[in-house]
Design a binder for this molecule. Structure first.
Ligand code: SAM
Length: 282
């Protein structure tokens, strides 16, 4: 068992370095000993596959990834954690910690410089305040990675993995399904973290697709349509698209009719193929 899941050890190291948890940075550190080994095993890193971690915190997942992957690059925004990580990861010579903001870092450059053309996966317990923007940023950049294995809040995990066309789906489901095949791997209770958050979490893996599941001539338009469609969940698709895309309702209704979509349809009933059809019509 990793000593980084021993609460008294973690508390002692953090307090030695004068560290206090920042809610704003989504700092809830994993202390459940079964979670990180499972994440490291299921994310697909190994002897020939490197790993990038976002937000190593005190290094509990980093250490597990370092035992499995030939190399780990961990990106941490909070400078106060650098001396902590130096101490907790002292035994691993295949880990590099970079002090940067995952929302701004050039991941394409990082992958080229740190991993050459080799296989890479991303594995992280994401800070909840940037879950969707980080996931979308990593997907949209079409990074040369095999998969993204991330821990997110349980509700976010369910939404992300929901198949477009089902009641649970949202704009993020359609966007994620455009780039990847998402899979909910396992749930993690709130009590697995220090400090414990209010809600449970889940680990999901987004297996990157070689090509999108639908043929679209204008990707920008596809994402505008999806965003507009879900902008007002209680309204019909025609109303949401009309206000989201600033188009007269009658014109939207006529286009939907031509696409074979019923008058009172709602965004959550639309499959990826439906969104593609609407995009082409518009
Ligand atoms: N991986 C650790 C674990 O599982 O115990 C910590 C996970 S904690 C939920 C999120 C981590 O992300 C924190 O260490 C936090 O400082 C870091 N973080 C927050 N915002 C970030 C950003 N924009 N870029 C990089 N790291 C960030």
């Amino acid at each position: 068992m990793s000593k980084l899941t021993d609460i008294s050890y973690v508390r002692a190291v953090l307090s030695k370095h004068g560290f206090t948890f920042s809610k704003a940075l989504g700092q809830n550190f994993l202390v459940n000993p079964s979670v990180c080994p499972k994440m490291a095993q299921m994310c697909g890193c190994g002897e020939n596959t490197g790993a990038i971690e976002i937000g190593p915190g005190a290094g509990v997942l980093t250490a597990e990834l370092a035992r499995t992957a030939y190399k780990v690059v961990a990106v941490e925004l909070d400078k106060r954690l650098l001396p902590v990580l130096e101490e907790t990861l002292a035994g691993y010579d295949n880990v590099k910690v970079i002090n940067a903001d995952a929302m701004k870092l050039d991941f394409v450059k990082l992958i080229r410089e740190e991993f050459g053309g080799g296989e890479v996966v991303i594995c992280a317990n994401l800070p909840y305040y940037i879950t969707s923007p980080v996931i979308m940023r990593l997907l949209e950049e079409r990074l040369p990675v095999n998969s993204l294995t991330v821990m997110v809040q349980k509700e976010a995990a369910e939404r992300i993995c929901a198949e477009p066309g089902t009641r649970e789906s949202g704009a993020i489901s359609a966007a994620v399904h455009y780039y990847s095949e998402p899979e909910l791997l396992f749930k993690v209770s709130a009590g697995s973290f220090l400090p414990a958050p209010k809600v449970d979490s889940a680990v999901i893996r987004l297996n990157i697709l070689k090509s999108p599941p639908v043929d679209i001539s204008d990707e920008g338009m596809f994402f505008r349509v999806v965003k507009a469609a879900f902008s007002q969940r209680r309204k019909t698709l025609a109303n949401s698209l009309s206000s989201g895309l600033s188009m007269p309702k009658a014109q939207v209704s006529a286009l939907l009719k031509d696409a074979g979509i019923k008058e009172n349809a709602r965004a959550e009933e639309m499959t990826m193929q439906d969104f593609a059809k609407i995009t082409e019509m518009f």
